[in-house]
Design a protein around this ligand. Sequence first.
Ligand SMILES: Cc1ncc(COP(=O)(O)O)c(C=O)c1O
Length: 397
Amino acid sequence: MVQKISLAFQNIVLSQIVKISERVREKAVEFEKTHKKPFIRFQRGDLGIDIPAYVRDAINEGLEKGLTKYPKSGGEPWFKDAVINHLEEMGIKNIKRDNVIATYGGQEGLQLVFSLFRGSKCLAFSPCWSCMLDNIFPYSETDYKLLPLKENFEIDFDEFEKNLKHSDILYLNNPHNPTGKVFTYEELERINHLCKKYDVLIVSDEAYKDIIFDNNRFHSMLEFDNKDVVSVFTFSKSFAATGFRAGYTVSRNSFIIEKMTLGDYSQTAGVVTFIQYAFKVALENKEEKDKWLKWFLNKLKKRRDIAYEELKEFVKDVYKPGGTFYFFVNLKDLIKKEVKNYDEYILDLLIENGVAVTPGSAFGRDFEGFIRISTSALEENLIKEGIKRIGEIFKSI
Ligand SMILES: Cc1ncc(COP(=O)(O)O)c(C=O)c1O
């Protein structure tokens, strides 16, 4: 019977990030007992910050309102209206209810849209978010090709155009996990132009849209006049609400949303209604939202800045992320001896010394010897201590 399990399920693998977290669980206890210092976890993109109080209150309010019955397929009209107004504030006009679907986080939005185009040829920049490689692409039997970003994570537009000719879908992730790159308007405009030229659907994963620093500006692909754009959003990162599993997907192509809604109904019957209510309030209470985002971004920026300063001490040309809470760092050049598998070597060395990171190959084969550091879950003192520790290890080998 087992052989009859569909190809999609046979090909899904446990995410490397989860694997590392499991591997670290026992090691961390042992390390802390022996060394009397904290084991420092940089591997997960979860937030060590509570959700905003006004969103928590809104959950109770939703329950008191009796929003506990079957949801409306695809999302409640009042939820969709809150999303539409929010997009309008971002300068994205002419979105109607039938262009929006409520989802269980960004992950469900991505899973639905790729399942809709099951077996398609997809182009994606690499490094690429590991969950796409381990889960979403195999689950939807997507035939994907990775196009490596150049030095400084720039796009090689010649190669991009060549590859686009043979693709049905582009998976774009902006701001970008794991590099923290925020794509410029000019880059997005060029991407949009080329995708239109070759009739390629753009699936734009905009999970980190609110986590932007310095003079960078986020631009959604929905800003362009293109029906073949599907933008996937989530509340997970913007509101430190990863456990709520709430998000929304938007496309000017209402047929795509209609089909996604049927898929969503078939698999979940819709997003829990009082959760939709909480995030309607999260978006509509502008005063509280602005206050929260200001506080939240200030905290994340301090974490980024500390990590950057510490990394600069031992890594040449550290890429300063313009958004997200990740650093993607090449450690290969710091290793002077012959090593068979750089990722294994680095991971073992770091775990032995009380630090966990995600290895580069989780984001594409070309990135063995890189590590992804996530600063989202830790306070500044631990970030500083953890990166100092990495520096000391690599200075001593
Ligand atoms: C690039 C990217 N897209 C989408 C998601 C999906 O997030 P969620 O399913 O929690 O909304 C994540 C989560 O880590 C992510 O890093």
